[in-house]
Design a protein around this ligand. Structure first.
Ligand code: FES
Length: 570
């Protein structure tokens, strides 16, 4: 086996090159026998104190290492750029593709035979999986796990309450002092957001794709069983290298269909669309935005988790975790898809049990018949737009209203609370220029706060449309990812105050009552300001980022370059 390992091109050499490859590694106290041809496993770590959701990852990496040693492998931990959703400005999404490049090049350039990806906070999962796909070694994902459920004034709270609290402060029903107390009550343990936000969605995505051991998605970060799973993952990756079980063996069209169906049943984040499209693009599986609608259309909501429901990821784990949920929808899954443990999805979920029907519904008794991601089309989203109906208000799913247009986020901030703003709750709020290249980076601002004067009436939801994203923890009747975005000159770019817009979710329609001639006239008069970004990564990003309906990857990163090093100077 040892001659087949790519790490032998480093550590298996004699002479000057072999000396150099091994000698400098030995300064870490590594004995000679570690270089004897055992599989070298990279542990790709997104630990950072600036990514609080991943701040426990050095400890998690130690558990992975234990497993690798136990299985006779040689672990090598390496850092990549980490993306902390709450701190990074202007938005972590701007850097997802940059991190994927870091991951891809770090794996390929170094002596690794297999990789464990340590992922947690929202963007750390897709960026690591995307990068790893472009190399395609045996790869296994270990998620960091959700935080314990927050507790405030005797109630369970989670990230979705941030939106409720901030609206309550704006409406005057909560004081700033109370909000400051709530801050310390929400994030009371290690781990990522505890609701079915993007991080939990991504953890479920990797498990349903077959990229993690069963049960990975829901074990709380603070639960000792998270470390057990990490150790078991370390054990397993060594076996995967011996079996040559690669990402491309696991990530098939059928496994992507499983992930889309599971995402519907859990009420997963809309960000799932962007990330799954980008991952598919890297591994070479043909996936289109319309697939998300097709494969979630008949899937009911089986997880009663915020923001679509009531509970938290901790509850999901105690109720049986993702395997118990997947078992409830097994007839809708491709059970024969192979996963990282060498077993099929069907084998992995066969023994799963549900212990709490308030959290995971029986297949025949869902919490909501509405779930999933709806893909809308129409004359103001020619390539598509998405929304999450389970997080929307049922009475607004079919609605026609007058557009109140904000040209960019600064325009919105300046005018939204102006008492003179001509708006009522039947209007549709439109926010432009928050798309991939327009912002740039497609920030999570799509669930715009309502104007104060409307909140004061007790109204909590209005239809909102933008070319940006929404946090997976957000909710409301919010249409997102309008493509083409305003900045590249689609019809959305020329919407004006007073245009009448119809949202018809049942018929998957988003339409403005404007003639083709009028749209073309407006577009002909549209002025495009020169880009202010003319150096560095952001300039590269703006020039090459694709539209949301394609996954917002950089055009030159699609596909794979494999694991071969392009040149060997030694
Ligand atoms: Fe990291 Fe929510 S901020 S997962």
């Amino acid at each position: 086996m040892s001659n087949e390992l790519r790490s032998r091109n480093w550590f298996g050499k004699t002479g000057k090159d072999g000396f150099i490859y091994r000698a400098w590694m030995k300064n870490q106290g590594i004995p000679s026998y570690e270089f004897d041809g055992r599989p070298v496993i990279g542990i790709c770590n997104t630990w950072s104190e600036l990514t609080p959701c991943n701040a426990h990852f050095r400890e998690l990496a130690e558990s992975v290492k234990h497993g690798i040693y136990e299985a006779g492998g040689f672990p090598v931990e390496f850092p990549v750029m980490s993306l902390g959703e709450t701190l990074i400005k202007p938005t972590a999404m701007l850097y997802r593709n940059l991190v994927s490049m870091d991951v891809e090049e770090s794996i390929r350039a170094n002596p690794m035979d297999g990789v464990v990806l340590l992922c947690g906070c929202d963007k750390t999962t897709p960026s690591l999986v995307m990068g790893a796909c472009s190399v395609n070694l045996p790869t296994l994902v270990v998620s960091g796990g959700p935080m314990l459920t927050g507790k405030y004034k005797g109630k369970d709270i989670g990230t979705s309450d941030v939106w409720r609290f901030s609206e309550a402060v704006r409406a005057g029903s909560m004081s700033q002092e109370e909000m400051t107390v709530a801050e310390a009550c929400m994030c009371r343990s290690r781990g990522h957001c505890a609701v079915m936000g993007t991080a939990s969605t991504m953890a479920c995505m990797v498990e349903s794709l077959g990229l993690s051991l069963p049960g990975n998605a829901a074990i709380p970060a603070a639960d000792s069983r998270r470390k057990v799973l990490a150790q078991m993952s370390g054990l397993r990756i060594v076996e995967m290298v011996k079996e040559n079980l690669r990402l491309s063996d696991i990530l098939t069209r059928k496994s992507f269909e499983n992930a889309m169906r599971v995402n519907a049943a859990i009420g997963g984040s809309t960000n799932f669309v962007l990330h799954l499209l980008a991952i598919a693009g890297r591994i070479g599986v043909a996936l289109k935005i319309d697939d998300f609608d097709v494969h979630s259309r008949d899937i009911p909501l089986l997880a009663n988790l915020q923001p679509s429901g009531e509970y938290f990821m901790e509850d999901m784990y105690y109720a049986g975790g993702l395997p118990a949920l997947m078992k409830e929808m097994r007839e809708r899954l491709h059970e024969d898809c192979i996963t990282v443990n060498g077993k099929t999805i069907g084998e992995n979920i066969a023994g799963a049990e549900c212990y709490n029907r308030d959290v995971i519904a029986e297949g025949g008794k869902p919490f909501n018949d509405i779930s999933g991601i709806v893909v809308l089309k129409g004359n103001i989203c020619e390539e598509g737009a998405v929304m999450k109906p389970s997080a929307a208000s049922p009475h607004l799913l079919e609605h026609t209203g007058r557009a109140v247009v904000f040209e960019d986020i600064e325009d919105y901030k300046n005018r939204v609370d102006d008492p003179e703003l001509d708006i009522d709750e039947t209007c549709i709020m439109v926010l432009k220029n928050v798309g991939p290249s327009g912002y740039p980076g497609m920030p999570e601002v799509g669930n715009l706060g309502l104007p104060k004067k409307i909140l004061a009436k007790g109204v909590t939801d209005m239809v909102r449309i933008s070319d940006g994203r929404m946090s997976g923890t957000g909710f409301g009747t919010v249409v997102l990812h309008v493509s083409p975005e305003a900045a590249v000159g689609g019809n959305f770019s020329v919407l004006q105050d007073g245009d009448m817009i119809t949202l018809d979710v049942e018929n998957r329609l988003l339409h403005a009552d404007i003639t083709e001639e009028e749209l073309n006239r407006r577009k002909a008069n549209r002025k495009t300001p020169p880009s202010p970004y003319n150096r560095g990564y952001v300039s590269l990003y703006v020039q090459h980022v694709e539209q949301a309906h394609l996954g917002a990857d950089l055009d030159f990163l699609k596909g794979s370059s494999g694991s071969r090093v392009s040149r060997d100077s030694h």
